[in-house]
Design a protein around this ligand. Structure first.
Ligand code: GDP
Ligand code: MG
Length: 607
């Protein structure tokens, strides 16, 4: 395939708009995966098996979200002798995984922007579009789930909103149903017609520059690296060098994802045994140590050194939490599982820590709380590791009177009231939140944001809609921008927002600079002893409520003992709340620590 017959594109959308379904349907229509036979007697489960091919992680299928960007290559035959090589990148839909989104887009020239017909534009539609446009990508708008809206006007309203947003004619917006396959052909056509091909093949002898944007570990072959070929060509037998480590490797095998790994090194046609400029493919080079595989690394031919490509900046972790094995002897096994998982998810930072209460564990940094949740679930699903996650903390900056500055990722390191005397400023990270919802919910949303220490920045009507319409989806919709502390949204904000808006509000955010904040450390004492793993950092205005909540929840979680147990929440010497657990009447022999930990987990106390 010459470059003019290659298209590299992503599918972008707010979560649940049907990206994965559309991707699967395209793979099916191009014959890349087998199409389910249209047989009315087929079992529904059999049909379901063929769905969601790209969401391969168990947690992705269960939660219906895409965590890792998956690529797939397909051949689209538009007409006889008119075929194209389409490289599809399925992008994650959640803000916590935006580092994955960014790196996926690096290898694309265009994107299909999907909008759910019943929902219209949602918060994330706006943020992914910004990202795509800032990278100069050609965007094809499509309104999905047309089968659900039929003729009730919601579909056309969504088309209008999307064409306004993209600044194009409504006739350019595709109307599709990814689920039934209706209109999906028009998506393939638009990709070929509207999205530009990758830059043309250079003059002879251009040197290789390949950008590694994903990798995974195979116990037989070692690291498999997914690369986008920016310049030159890559063949089996080449010797390549990493610009990051300077190490050289022999290329043992090359291939494409289709969507499984398909080697092209032994293809019948010698001309096809190559990854060319513009292509996305994988290689194996006998790299045995996952630590040598860097995302964003540039490879060149050992004989032809080239400077590295400009690459994505890694996201800084914004949520930290302690992770401990439930089984006190399980540290080594947990360490191994974390090491393997972080190979596929490099955005997690790992440090060891220990707690007098929970034993040996790790302090991990994540992009957000969903990211953290997904990581924990992957540990459980893929490595059979039961873990306890302590209460998350955002990074807090402390500026001391002597001018030094320190970023704290563990509540136990936050100064106590005595220590705060040496501090000039405590700063916490803020976010700029975008919330899109029908205007009837604006009052409730405003109060929710204010209760989370939010400050409104702007309010814009997205569509005029009709106030008299019976259907909420046709009512006027507003895009609200709020400044909020990041810490306020890492726990229950999102679910509260969904419930006060009957599910109609959508939410997305971007990082904003740190701001000065009045934070204090709240300690938890059990029978007078401070429990390091349970202390938290809270805004002063919220200590009373938080203290009472925590003491009450702990009373439920800590098992009865032979003696009375007193739980206290305190800031310095100031006791905010006190609960007591009455002793057992009869002797009972139990491993105190083990039961305590199990209960904490059971009640999800720490998260
Ligand atoms: P993603 O989060 O954007 O990847 O969305 P998914 O592809 O996982 O789809 C979310 C849900 O919408 C799933 O339950 C799909 O079956 C459903 N869905 C996707 N496309 C359509 C469609 O065209 N019509 C209908 N009725 N449902 C759809
Ligand atoms: Mg998906």
């Amino acid at each position: 395939f010459p470059p003019e017959r290659i298209r590299n594109f992503g599918v972008l959308a707010h979560i649940d708009s049907g990206k994965s379904t559309l991707s699967d349907r395209m793979l099916e229509m191009t014959g890349t995966i087998r199409k389910p036979v249209a047989d009315p007697n087929r079992l529904a489960t059999e049909e379901a098996k063929n769905e969601q091919v790209l969401d391969t992680l168990k947690v992705e299928r269960e939660r219906g979200i895409t965590v890792r960007a998956q690529s797939a290559t397909m051949i689209y035959t538009k007409a006889a002798n008119d075929s194209y090589l389409l490289n599809l990148v399925d992008t994650p839909g959640h803000v916590d995984f935006s580092s994955e989104l960014l790196r996926s887009l690096l290898s694309c020239q265009g994107a299909v922007l999907l909008v759910d017909a019943g929902q219209g534009i949602q918060a994330q539609t706006l943020s992914v579009l910004d990202e795509a446009l800032s990278r100069g990508l050609t965007v094809v708008g499509a309104v999905n789930k047309w089968d659900l809206v039929k003729d009730d006007g919601r579909g056309e309203a969504a088309v209008q909103e999307l064409s306004d947003l993209l600044g194009c004619d409504p006739s350019e917006i595709l109307r599709i149903s990814a689920k039934t396959g209706w209109g999906v052909e028009s998506v393939l056509e638009a990709i070929v017609e509207r999205i530009p091909p990758p830059p043309p093949i250079p003059s002879e002898g251009e040197n290789l520059r390949a950008l590694a944007f994903d990798s995974w570990y195979d116990s037989f072959r070692g690291v498999v690296s997914l690369v986008s070929i920016h310049e030159g060509e890559l063949r089996k037998g080449d010797s390549i060098t990493s610009t990051t480590t300077g190490k050289s490797y022999p290329v043992l095998d090359i291939g494409i994802l289709s969507p499984g790994e398909l080697s092209i090194a032994t293809h019948l046609d010698p001309d096809s045994r190559v990854l060319r400029k513009g292509m996305v493919g994988w290689f194996v080079c006998g790299m045995k140590d996952p630590k040598e595989a860097f995302l964003g690394d540039t490879f060149h031919l050992t004989t032809a050194p080239m400077p590295p490509l400009e690459t994505f900046k890694p996201l800084k972790p914004m949520v930290y939490a302690g992770i401990y094995p439930l089984d006190p002897g399980g540290f080594g096994k947990l360490e191994d599982a974390i090491r393997r998982l972080t190979l596929t998810d490099r955005s997690v930072t790992v440090n060891r820590e220990s707690s007098s209460f929970l034993g040996q564990g790790f302090r991990l940094g994540f992009n957000g709380s969903l990211h953290m949740d997904v990581f924990r679930q992957r540990l459980e699903d893929e490595f059979d590791e039961e873990v306890i996650v302590t209460r998350p903390l955002v990074p807090v900056k402390i500026i001391y009177k002597d001018g030094t500055e320190k970023t704290i990722d563990n509540p136990a390191d936050f100064p106590d009231p005595g220590g705060l005397l040496k501090v000039t400023q405590v700063m916490e990270p803020m976010i700029r939140a975008t919330i899109v919802a029908p205007d009837e919910y604006m009052g409730a949303i405003m109060s929710l944001c204010t209760a989370h220490r939010g400050i409104p920045i702007s309010q814009t009507y997205l569509s005029t809609g009709s106030t008299s319409s019976a259907s909420t989806a046709l009512k006027p919709r507003v895009s609200l921008i709020f400044s909020l502390p990041l810490s306020s949204i890492i726990t229950t904000f999102h679910s509260n927002l969904k419930s006060i808006s009957s599910g109609f509000a959508s939410f997305d955010y971007e990082e904003a600079p740190y701001e000065v904040s009045d934070l204090v450390r709240m300690n938890i004492l059990v029978s007078g002893q401070k429990i390091d793993a349970l202390c938290t950092v809270v805004h002063r205005s919220q200590v009373q409520k938080e203290g009472r909540d925590w003491a009450a929840r702990l009373r439920e979680a800590i098992p009865r003992q032979q003696h009375e147990v007193v739980i206290q929440a305190a800031v310095g010497t100031n006791i905010l709340a006190r609960e007591r657990i009455a002793p057992f009447r009869k002797m009972k022999l139990l491993s105190k620590q083990k039961v305590g930990k199990a209960r904490l987990k059971e009640r999800n106390m720490c998260v």
